[in-house]
Structure formats: C-alpha cells, structure tokens
Design a protein around this ligand. Structure first.
Ligand SMILES: Nc1ncnc2c1ncn2[C@@H]1O[C@H](COP(=O)(O)OP(=O)(O)O)[C@@H](O)[C@H]1O
Ligand SMILES: [Mg+2]
Length: 142
C-alpha cells in the first residue's frame, strides 16, 4: 500500500523524509520521481540527516553520484543529465545498487532497467507554491 503525505514547507519535507528513513535498511535502493523543483534533493537531505550524515547535501551536478558518510554510507545519485544508461554503468553505479549502503536516486526513470527489482519509490508532485504531495511505495511505517 502506498503511503501519502502532504508537505507545506521544505522543513516538512525533511521531517517526512526522516520518518521514512526509519524503516530503511542497508542495501535498500530508493528511486525519486518528480519534476525539477519538486523537492527530491530536499527529501534526500532529510534522509541523509536520519542516517547521521553531517555533510551538505546537494544534487551531484558534475558527478553522477555523491557518497556521504553516515551510520551507513548514503549514495546520492542524480541521473537528470544522463542520456544513455551505459553512462550509469560506466561510473559503476551498479556497485552502489548492490553495495553496503543506502541508495537514493533522483530521475530514477532514466535507469529503469538498471535499478534493482526490489527498489522503493518516492513520487513528489508540486501542488502549490510550497505544497507538495509525497507518495511512497514499499515503505514500512510503524
Ligand atoms: N514543501 C516543499 N518541500 C520541498 N521543497 C519545497 C517545498 N515548497 C517549496 N519548495 C522549494 O522547491 C524547491 C525544491 O528543490 P529541490 O529539492 O532541489 O528539487 P528537485 O531535486 O526535485 O529538483 C526548492 O527551491 C524549495 O525551496
Ligand atoms: Mg535535485
């Protein structure tokens, strides 16, 4: 069953992400979907915070992946500029997908056939200037 949340600010989105992170385990892969400015990177910020990451979280604009040190490693990927899935393979993202950390992937639709089958999904929709609808699939909330 998907879980649906409404966020009214960046702060809300960070909080919602922190909550979602509580059920995440080493080896989980999470695809983030939503247009530019939806709040995917903002969500990753909350997630990384929950994993004890203290570094600044920004979209990897020149690299394809940022690696953050936390309680478990957090791999933050952004495939916005990817034209061909071979570019993803070329930088070794598959090692991260099947590695020892948690993967968060912005523009996951560009890697549909490379992403592991058991992945979880976050879909963010812009519903107002500072309102967002966040739908999560595959998450456990207790
Ligand atoms: N409720 C909200 N949650 C997250 N971001 C929001 C929200 N309302 C407005 N924003 C704005 O939307 C933008 C989201 O940016 P970002 O997280 O980089 O998006 P993306 O990674 O999806 O392109 C920021 O400028 C932020 O200030
Ligand atoms: Mg982004």
């Amino acid at each position: 069953m998907p879980h649906k949340f409404v966020s009214y600010s960046q702060r809300d989105t960070v909080k919602i992400a922190e909550k979602a992170a509580a059920g995440i385990r080493r080896g989980d892969v999470i695809g983030l979907f939503g247009e530019l400015g939806a709040g995917k990177t903002c969500f990753v910020r909350g997630f990384a915070k929950a994993f004890g990451v203290t570094e600044t979280v920004n979209s990897p604009s020149f690299a394809i992946v940022n690696v953050y040190k936390g309680k478990t490693p957090v791999y933050h990927m952004d495939f916005y500029r990817i034209d061909n899935p071979d570019e993803i393979r070329a930088v070794g993202c598959e090692d991260y997908f099947y590695g020892d950390g948690v993967c968060l992937v912005e523009w996951a639709e560009k890697a549909e056939n490379i992403m592991p089958p058991g992945r979880k999904e976050i879909h963010i929709k812009i519903t107002g200037v500072s309102e967002r609808e966040i739908v999560m699939k595959g998450f456990d909330f207790r």
